[in-house]
Ligand binder design. Structure first.
Ligand SMILES: [Zn+2]
Length: 142
């Protein structure tokens, strides 16, 4: 059993889909954290098969947009003094700014190298977003 309260202070990312923990670890730049970070893979979860879990034993400025894009069903637990103080369930972000690139080669953003393009969620099931400039549909690539 994983006891969340074993960590004194930090963040526990729970219910990550099995196999996604590693992507998340890279995308959130957890390799840059100087404190303890633990990635656990393929833990047996009572509810639905296996899951991954990441423990970050420090204050860390999580990028919720990236987290929501990659692993929208993750549960984020904040731990202070060994107690869980906050818990969030991630969802796909409605708006994504500055992370994704437009797939349409003729889009102005690709011609003029525009940064910080705003994408709006169009299709939750397929994780599809539309570009603010050309309305082309794009998915986030990990
Ligand atoms: Zn575009």
């Amino acid at each position: 059993m994983i006891n969340v309260s074993k960590i004194k202070k930090g963040i526990v990312l729970d219910h990550i889909k099995a196999g996604e923990g590693h992507c998340l670890y890279k995308a959130l730049n957890l390799d840059k954290v100087e404190d303890t970070v633990v990635l656990m893979q393929n833990i047996s979860s009572t509810s639905k098969g296996k899951k991954d879990l990441i423990k970050i034993e420090t204050d860390f400025d999580l990028d919720f947009t990236v987290l929501g894009l990659i692993a929208p069903h993750t549960t984020v637990n904040y731990i202070v003094d060994g107690e869980r103080t906050e818990k969030y369930r991630m969802e796909l972000p409605e708006k994504v700014n500055g992370i994704m690139k437009c797939k349409n080669p003729r889009c102005i953003t690709n011609v003029e190298k525009v940064e910080d393009i705003l994408f709006t969620l169009k299709d939750i099931k397929n994780k599809e977003y539309s570009c603010e400039y050309c309305d082309s549909v794009t998915r986030y690539e990990e």
